[in-house]
Design a protein around this ligand. Structure first.
Ligand SMILES: Nc1ncnc2c1ncn2[C@@H]1O[C@H](COP(=O)(O)OP(=O)(O)O)[C@@H](O)[C@H]1O
Ligand SMILES: [Mg+2]
Length: 347
């Protein structure tokens, strides 16, 4: 879909032709024109920030600032001063007045990323700023008025957070005038190759190569079959890494999903009482999650490690996983990890 704005604005073209993605773009364009708050919901790496930019540049506010703030990276006190600013002398070390993001975004759009992490007290201040356009700088008594459109984003479940008492129902009501849900990449596998080619061409240019020689058939199959829990961001990283590790002029045949895979990877040290707690790999999976995706990811990871350990001899890799050769082959096919070369594969 062509971008109606002149080049030079901050928009990055969003690629994709799947129905789910085109529906989202269409919904985005429709809601952009309405001067109301919007929520953008989706897993990490799906393109929420690009959708927020699109909302801004397709709105009547497009010449005013688009100001962004990731709420998860700041402590409560810092988030408050970042959003609303502070007066000189508001606290120790506040030698000058600081203009907050609400003021900076006046006339434009304020993108609040990772909104679900905001404390209830700061949520209350945000609600007032959204509802009445009014707030005070920290340490100030003057009430300021701004005209800001809020676009909030999260990969969390805000209605569930309301039920759990960690998110204000009135703020959610207010922000959820319309909700854009960005589909995960595994729900639009038709877009994978277009995105992969785009990222591959860009990184080839960055690496100073004359051209990108394409992906082999087995590499394409692996890209399309992988469940992409980290979505477009993960795809970009994996493609860039795979191109980088392939000699210039050769088509990419090996997709490097896990940069740490190595026969010499140090063994994970286990604490004596490790049986009691959650294993670190499982603890790092944040809930809510898609259990099928996580299990597929674990399978791919273990298969890759066994292959590396067996120097890609599948007959030797299979017993490392407690599998027979044909069971391993079935797993490789399931995850699109089969090499197109058919020579010397049998036991
Ligand atoms: N449809 C798309 N076309 C091109 N690049 C995309 C697309 N969706 C996401 N990206 C890229 O993927 C990365 C993650 O996108 P981002 O908007 O930061 O995701 P999120 O905010 O949901 O975590 C960025 O580098 C972004 O440019
Ligand atoms: Mg983001």
């Amino acid at each position: 879909m062509p971008d109606p704005r002149p080049s030079g604005t901050e928009t990055t073209a969003m690629l994709g032709e799947s129905t789910a993605f085109l529906d989202l773009l269409e919904h985005t364009s429709r809601v952009a024109a309405v001067n109301k708050p919007v929520l953008v919901i989706g897993e990490r790496g799906t393109g929420k920030e690009l959708i927020a930019a699109r909302l801004h540049y397709l709105s009547s506010r497009w010449e005013a600032p688009l100001v962004k703030l990731n709420c998860a990276t700041l402590t409560e006190a810092l988030l408050e001063t970042e959003l609303f600013g502070h007066e000189a002398g508001a606290f120790t070390g506040a030698s000058r007045r600081h203009i907050g993001r609400f003021e900076q975004a006046h006339g434009g759009t304020l993108f609040l990323d990772e909104l679900a992490t905001v404390s209830l007290r700061v949520q209350e201040k945000i609600l007032r700023a959204v509802e009445y356009g009014q707030f005070e700088r920290v340490g100030g008594s003057e009430t300021l008025s701004v005209d800001v459109r809020i676009v909030g984003a999260t990969n969390g479940d805000l209605p569930a957070a309301v039920r759990a008492g960690t998110f204000r129902a009135d703020l959610l009501d207010r922000l959820a005038f319309d909700v854009l849900t960005v589909p995960p990449l595994r729900a639009r596998t038709g877009d994978v190759m277009q995105l992969a080619e785009h990222f591959a061409v860009n990184i080839s240019r960055e690496l100073g190569r004359d051209l990108f020689a394409g992906f082999s058939e087995s590499a394409r199959a692996a890209l399309v079959r992988y469940p992409w829990p980290g979505n477009v961001r993960e795809l970009k990283n994996v493609v860039e890494r795979s191109v980088h590790r392939t000699p210039a002029d050769e088509p990419v045949d090996t997709i490097v999903f896990d940069p740490f895979a190595s026969a010499f990877r140090p063994a994970v040290e286990t604490a004596p009482d490790a049986e009691q707690g959650t294993p670190p790999e499982q603890a790092s999976i944040r809930l809510p999650c898609d259990i099928k995706t996580e299990l597929a990811r674990l399978e791919i990871d273990l298969v890759q490690r066994a292959l590396v350990e067996a120097r890609h001899n599948q007959v030797e890799a299979a017993p490392l996983l407690g599998l027979g050769y044909h069971q391993l082959r079935a797993l490789l096919r399931k995850h699109g990890m089969v090499k197109s070369r058919r020579r010397r594969e049998g036991p």
